[in-house]
Design a protein around this ligand. Sequence first.
Ligand SMILES: NC(=O)c1ccc[n+]([C@@H]2O[C@H](COP(=O)([O-])OP(=O)(O)OC[C@H]3O[C@@H](n4cnc5c(N)ncnc54)[C@H](O)[C@@H]3O)[C@@H](O)[C@H]2O)c1
Length: 250
Amino acid sequence: MSDRQLLSGRKAIVTGGASGIGEAIVLAYAREGAQVLVVDLPDSAVSQNFTDVEGVTPLEQDITETDAPQNIVSAAIAAMGGFDVLVNNAGISWPDSVEGEGEELWEKTMAINVTSMFRITRAALPELKKSDTGRIINLGSIMSDMGGPNLFVYGTSKHAVAGMTKSMAVDLGQYGITVNYLQPGAVVTALSAPYFEDEDFRNYWIEKAPVGRLGQPEDVAHAAVFLAQKESQFISGLGLNVDGGAIVKF
Ligand SMILES: NC(=O)c1ccc[n+]([C@@H]2O[C@H](COP(=O)([O-])OP(=O)(O)OC[C@H]3O[C@@H](n4cnc5c(N)ncnc54)[C@H](O)[C@@H]3O)[C@@H](O)[C@H]2O)c1
C-alpha cells in the first residue's frame, strides 16, 4: 500500500457489495481512505462482511423496490453526511438465448441491471451536484460491446449500461460529474460460476486473454479506485476494459 491514500475524504455508495466485484470495491475504497455505504439484498451477507472494516456502513435493500433509491440516498446522508461517488455495481446474469422462454428473466435482469441503475443515479444527483468532483461508475461488461452464446438478456442489458453511461456523461459534465463504465472480462465470482462450470468456456477465456488468466474481483476494484479519484476529472463517457486484453485479441 502506498503512503498516500488515494480516496482520502471520499464518500461512496456501492450497490451489490456483499460479494464478488462489489465486495472488492468496498474493501479497496475503505483501504484507500473512503467511507462507504454498501447496499445489498436482505438475505445477503452485507451486514456481516464488513463489521471489522472501518468506515463501512451496510444497508440491506433490494435495489428494485420502489423506495430503494430514496432509502439508499437517505442512508448515505445519515451515515456519511453525503457522498460524492456512486458505484452502480449490482447485477445478475443467467444463461438465456433469444429463443429461450426468458420473458421473466428479461424483466428481472432489466430491472436490476438497467432500470435500478437509472433510478438510483437520478435520486443521487442532488447530492452528487453538491460535490465538484462527483463520480458515477457503472458496471458494464465486455458484453457491452459484443454478443456471446447464452448471453442474450445479459448482453442486451450491458449494452444499455453503455448507452446510459454515455448519455449521462453528456448531461452531467456541466456539474463536474464524470460518468464511466467498467467492462470486466471473465472474472471469478458467484455470478460467473454457472458459466465457468463448462471447462471449455473457462479455458476459452483464459486463452483469449493475452495475460493468460481469468480476472479476480480485485482487478476490477483497482480500476474503480482509479475512476473515483478526484484527479480523474477529465475522463468521462469511457468504457474501461478490465479483461486482460481479451477483447482486442482475435
Ligand atoms: N464476474 C464477471 O465475470 C463479470 C463480468 C462482467 C461484468 N460483471 C458485472 O459486475 C457486477 C458485479 O458482478 P459479480 O460478478 O461481482 O457478481 P456477484 O453475484 O458476486 O455480485 C453481485 C451482487 O449484487 C447483488 N444483487 C443482485 N440483485 C440485487 C438487488 N436486487 N438488490 C441489491 N443487490 C443485488 C447480489 O446479492 C450480489 O451480492 C455485475 O453488474 C456484473 O454484471 C461481472
